[in-house]
Design a protein around this ligand. Structure first.
Ligand code: UFG
Length: 336
């Protein structure tokens, strides 16, 4: 039994591939490397291309005995999705449409889908539960929600079983420092703060300090990327065993403000982080905190690195040793 990981060379994808491999699973990756990194999946069999490519999907499903797919491949920049929604509908919705069509054709019945807290939009109550209203405030969240619905109806019609995992703020890196987070351009808080610590940036722009939170900055629920990886594996096993579709939040249930994240980064790095107050970023909710009780009960999910300091420590370890992110000059195990 092989697990196909689409977008497996990305940040969360590559940590999941590493984790699955360490659990003894047979894993193959499909990635177009538009944002992923070959070095992040060193030693893993990889097909290079897009999920929109039907001939490539035929080849992958014919050449491998795939029983489950973990689907990360997507565009995932909230701001870009607002200025270029068609890209998001094309890459996320149309791409998944093609993947699901091919899964139905080749009778592959399990899919774990990388969804997001952005499906909720501005929450009415905290912590956010899976049954709360889903009213996305940007095309990114809208396309992820559309895919969740596509999967729901595909279960009813074709018996395709899916688990959608709505992550909150992924953070950290492989505790052993083998892989980490490298986006270009970087938009996420912790890597940006660490770039300031490395003096690659002069200061952190804090997007708004006039929110109705204790220190005025936005609060988020940070979750270690390895805990996300563990949840994906538990979801695959659940689908294999119980063949039942579901949706789960993945977060720690604890919120940290932007200023608290900066403090944690100063503590871990031992370096000062200059900050400046900038205008609010459009579409940022004041507080996002998950209730992940459902995943903890049903998937038996137990986050191992729930303290913010561990997440920052692991991220810092990787960034310090990879100041320029991944260096793409090695040869990987390519099938195409
Ligand atoms: N922030 C700053 N300065 C920066 C970068 C971020 O102040 O330079 C703030 C943001 O305004 C926000 C917090 O730090 O309040 C976290 O921002 P991130 O960009 O790291 O993460 P988001 O909460 O915006 O995004 C995350 C995921 C998205 C997902 C979204 C759901 O990364 O994929 O949650 O709302 F869509």
């Amino acid at each position: 039994m092989t697990i196909l990981v689409t977008g497996g060379a990305g940040y969360i994808g590559s940590h999941t591939v590493l984790y699955l491999t360490e659990q003894g699973e047979k894993v193959i990756v499909l990635d177009d490397f538009s944002t992923g990194h070959k070095k992040a999946i060193e030693g893993t069999v990889c097909y290079e291309g897009k999920i929109h490519n039907s001939e490539l999907l035929d080849k992958i499903f014919i050449e491998n005995s795939i029983d489950s797919v973990i689907h990360f491949a997507a565009s995932s920049l909230v701001g870009e999705s607002v200025t270029n929604p068609l890209k998001y509908y094309e890459n996320n919705v149309m791409g998944t449409f093609n993947l699901v069509k091919k899964m139905a054709e080749y009778n592959v019945k399990n899919i774990v889908f990388s969804s997001t807290a952005a499906t909720y939009g501005e929450p009415k109550s905290i912590p956010i539960k899976e049954e709360d209203a889903t009213v996305p405030t940007n095309p990114y969240g809208e396309t992820k929600l559309a895919i969740e619905k596509l999967l729901k109806w595909s279960d009813e019609a074709y018996g395709l079983k899916s688990i959608a995992l709505r992550y909150f703020n992924a953070a950290g890196a492989d505790p052993e420092g083998r892989i980490g987070e490298d986006h270009n351009p970087e938009s996420h808080l912790i890597p940006i703060v660490l770039q300031v610590a490395l003096r690659k940036r002069n200061s952190l722009k804090i997007f708004g300090d006039d929110y109705s939170t204790e220190d005025g900055t936005c609060i988020r629920d940070y979750i270690h990327v390895l805990d996300l990886a563990q949840a994906h594996y538990l979801a695959v096993k659940k689908l294999r065993e119980e063949k039942k579709s579901a949706i789960y939040n993945l977060g720690n249930g604890t919120g940290f403000s932007v200023k608290q994240v900066v403090d944690a980064c100063e503590k871990v790095t031992g370096r000062s982080i200059p900050t400046e107050i900038a205008p609010r970023r459009a579409g940022d909710p004041a507080i996002l905190i998950a209730s992940s009780q459902k995943a903890q009960i049903n998937l038996q999910w137990k986050p191992q690195y729930s303290d913010l300091e561990s997440m920052v420590k692991h991220a810092w370890n990787w960034h310090q040793n990879n100041v320029n992110g991944y260096n793409e000059t090695f040869v990987y195990n390519s099938k195409v």
